[in-house]
Structures are given as structure tokens and as C-alpha cells.
Design a protein around this ligand. Structure first.
Ligand SMILES: [Ca+2]
Ligand SMILES: [Ca+2]
Length: 215
């Protein structure tokens, strides 16, 4: 390129013409390739796969130079590019309706008209959280027992934890620590904890931990 520029300034007319022709050809290809916007993507369909996923498919657009990508919109907001005519939108909320459109783009970034709008409602969340792990006693007095455990995971989100003492539900907390109070001195208590999500799915119980209060 530098050579071409030097040639230009040194008055090499032949080289100038060649460069000019080359650039003109590129421009011509660019204009020819991008002159027309892609056709509108047709038959967009949305199908709920799970509580958090919706799959989308549509018919490919046509373009004189080829479609480079599709832009996918959820409820009017751009969410992703796709070179394929099928995508899966994930990380959604259960039992919620989402509506989509797609638009095709060519190499000159000319865009098609928006596709039809396709809507789907995610399924109910029926997957329970994982069982809390590593339930441990962090402090003991004559009347109190403090516990902590590792957080559970869920396909949507963990809402809270139920703490059981000797099989009886005594506390519901959002965090991964709890303190049981008003206990009798020199007495053994056994604890388990379970996680639940917003849909009311409850995990398997954690391992049990037992401890005796101080005298
Ligand atoms: Ca085009
Ligand atoms: Ca769940």
C-alpha cells in the first residue's frame, strides 16, 4: 500500500490507474453485494423447552450477497446475533411469556424488515434445588446452636432454606446461616436443612449434624 502511495506521489500514472481500477472494482463489488437488503425472515416460531429456555426457528432470508447474521430481539430488546436460523434463549423466568422478532443483515449491514412476532410461555419450574452440603455447627452455648452450610443451586434460583431440629421445622431463612435459640442446656439436638425455590420445589435434606448444648 505504501508502495502504491509513493507511486502516486512520484507521478507514476500507470500505477495510479491500476490502483484506481482496483479501488473502483472493490467499490463496485461492495455496492453490488450490498445493494439490496435481505428478505424478511419468515415463519418465526417460538417453543418453550423448559422453565428457563425458549427455542426459536425461522426460514432463512435471501440476499444478493448472502445474509451475514440475524439479530434476535426479545420483547423489543436485542439479545443475540445468530448466523443460524435456530437459537435457544436461556436464563428466562418460569411461567412467563416472551415475544421475539428477528432481522437479517447483509455484509453492508443492510437489514431486512422485522420477522413476524412469535411468543411462547416458559414452563413451570419443577426442578428442586440441590441438597445443601456441609451443614456444620459454628457455635454452641447452653441455649443456642449456630449452623452454616454451603449454598444450593437451582435451575432458576434458590429462594430459601428450611432448618429442621430433630425432624421439626424450626426456621426458614434466606441466607446460609441460622441460629437456633431457647434450647435446654446439656441436651443433644440434631439438625438438617433443605433448600426450596420460588415454585415450592424442595431439595433433598442435607446430611444431619448433632450437637450437645453446654452445661
Ligand atoms: Ca444485500
Ligand atoms: Ca427450581
Amino acid at each position: 500500500m505504501l508502495y502504491y502511495l509513493v507511486s502516486l506521489f512520484s507521478g507514476n500514472v500507470g500505477m495510479y490507474r491500476r490502483v484506481h481500477s482496483y479501488l473502483s472494482l472493490l467499490l463496485l463489488l461492495f455496492v453490488a453485494g450490498c445493494g439490496q437488503a435481505p428478505s424478511r425472515p419468515m415463519n418465526l416460531e417460538a417453543v418453550a423447552l423448559s422453565a428457563t429456555e425458549i427455542s426459536l426457528t425461522w426460514d432463512a432470508s435471501e440476499d444478493d450477497s448472502g445474509v451475514v447474521t440475524y439479530k434476535v430481539y426479545r420483547d423489543g430488546e436485542f439479545i443475540m446475533y445468530s448466523s443460524e436460523t435456530t437459537v435457544t434463549d436461556s436464563g428466562l423466568q418460569p411461567l412467563t411469556e416472551y415475544c421475539y422478532t428477528v432481522q437479517a443483515y447483509d455484509m453492508g449491514w443492510l437489514k431486512s424488515e422485522e420477522s413476524n412476532t412469535a411468543c411462547a410461555t416458559t414452563l413451570a419450574d419443577t426442578d428442586p434445588p440441590s441438597a445443601p452440603q456441609n451443614l456444620t455447627v459454628t457455635a454452641v452455648t447452653s441455649t443456642e446452636v449456630s449452623l452454616e452450610w454451603d449454598p444450593s443451586t437451582d435451575n432458576v434460583a434458590v429462594t430459601g432454606y428450611n432448618l429442621y431440629r430433630d425432624g421439626v421445622l424450626i426456621l426458614t431463612v434466606e441466607e446460609t446461616t441460622a441460629t437456633d435459640t431457647g434450647l435446654t442446656p446439656s441436651t443433644e439436638y440434631c439438625y438438617t436443612v433443605e433448600a426450596f425455590d420460588e415454585a415450592g420445589n424442595t431439595s433433598e435434606p442435607s446430611g444431619e449434624v448433632c450437637v450437645s448444648t453446654e452445661a
